[in-house]
Design a binder for this molecule. Structure first.
Ligand SMILES: NC(=O)c1ccc[n+]([C@@H]2O[C@H](COP(=O)([O-])OP(=O)(O)OC[C@H]3O[C@@H](n4cnc5c(N)ncnc54)[C@H](OP(=O)(O)O)[C@@H]3O)[C@@H](O)[C@H]2O)c1
Length: 342
């Protein structure tokens, strides 16, 4: 009796030590992730083994295959908007993911293990082998895309969709001026505007004039060689992801009653009044319904992502530096795991 009591005590002690990570055996599964322990430049990012997140009752755990890179990643990393964006250290960047649902919380009804999904986790975390998402942050991955291509869609396409469709209600017969037409947002905006029957004038630098045309722009303007206001006149809508001087010069090209959609800068109320136009600041939100609709359009061949580079996770710093330039053609994607076979 005394001997078996002794054995139980030893086994209990062993279990406690294991749970606390002794002998290198831990109860908590680990994963590889890109992590920042301090705010700063891309160089603060490190690849580390961290504890895999646990899905809450209203969340799913997704095994990430690929993750998109956005100008929002270096902004988050800089820490300037930590309070407004709800970010905290240590932080894992990554607002766009495509992957496979590993497991779901007790209250999740629309997702199940094995589902291929793509989406926008509100607080990032996508540059990791696993991320937890809410049901409303993801939708079925478009079947016609690889995971790497699907990871290039969520943030840019949602921003363009919410601006042009939900806010501006762009329609046939209207003309839209899309600045930055070759970027993550602009490349979707051109395609969505064309799909809605609008006439599209788009701007980009010399190297991206071919892309503007390929995406369907009726008029492509090289902003390094020509002032857009010499060509664009009486437009119904402007999408401005650039700000500064570009926003300031855009008021005068608009029709009375037109709408200017700004992604980065605050419009000048005096200019709006003077030109009798209105403005809306766009703040993209994850939305499963929008992502489903966008996914269906992709599978129908109506819109497509432009993937300019697929880089390994080990090149996360270089990818972040590229995002900071604001001169990315389409989208850079980080490969986290191999594409599943089927
Ligand atoms: N408010 C929101 O909800 C929201 C959502 C998404 C993104 N954003 C912001 O919107 C901006 C654009 O995002 P993104 O993902 O499209 O960025 P991106 O992929 O870096 O693309 C930026 C594009 O702008 C073009 N560009 C740069 N300077 C220009 C100029 N002076 N005139 C015309 N085009 C110019 C670049 O073309 P060239 O390389 O040819 O110069 C590039 O294709 C970023 O600042 C991002 O943070 C805001």
């Amino acid at each position: 009796m005394e001997k078996s009591f002794h054995v139980i005590r030893i086994l209990t002690l062993f279990a406690i030590l294991c749970a606390n990570g002794a002998f290198g055996i831990s109860e908590k599964p680990m994963m590889k992730a890109v992590v920042a322990h301090e705010y700063g430049a891309p160089e603060v990012l490190k690849i580390e083994a961290v504890t895999r997140p646990e899905p809450k009752d209203d969340e799913a755990l997704v095994r990430v295959i690929a993750s998109g890179v956005n100008p929002a990643d270096p902004l988050t990393l800089g820490g300037k908007f930590a309070k407004e964006w709800g970010t905290h250290l240590p932080l894992i960047p990554g607002y766009e993911i495509a992957g496979i649902v590993e497991r779901t919380g007790a209250n999740v009804t629309s997702l199940k293990a094995g589902d291929a999904v793509y989406g926008y986790p509100t607080f990032g975390g996508g540059w990791a082998e696993y991320v937890t998402v809410k049901e409303w942050e993801v939708a079925p991955k478009p079947k016609s895309l690889s995971f790497a291509e699907a990871a290039a869609v969520p943030m840019g396409a949602l921003t363009a969709w919410q601006a042009l469709v939900d806010v501006a209600r762009l329609h046939e017969g209207q003309t839209i001026l899309i600045h930055g037409g070759s970027g993550g947002v602009g490349s979707f905006a051109i395609q969505i505007a064309k799909m809605r029957g609008a006439r599209v004038i788009a701007t980009a630098s010399t190297a991206n004039q071919d892309l503007l045309k390929q995406l369907g722009a009726d008029v492509a303007i090289d902003y390094t060689k020509q002032k857009f206001e010499e060509i664009a006149k009486d437009v119904d809508c402007v999408l401005d992801p650039v700000g500064k001087d570009t926003l300031a010069r855009s008021y005068a090209v608009m029709k009375k009653g037109g709408i200017i959609l700004t992604l980065v800068a605050r419009p000048d109320p005096e200019e709006l009044e003077k030109h009798e136009i209105r403005a809306e600041g766009i703040w993209v939100k994850p939305n499963a319904k929008d992502l489903s609709e966008i996914g269906q359009l992709i599978d129908a061949g109506k819109i497509k992502p432009i993937v300019t580079q697929i880089r390994p996770l080990s090149e996360a710093i270089a990818a972040e530096q590229q995002a900071e330039t604001h001169h990315t053609r389409g989208k850079v994607v980080l490969r986290i795991a191999d594409e599943p076979k089927n």
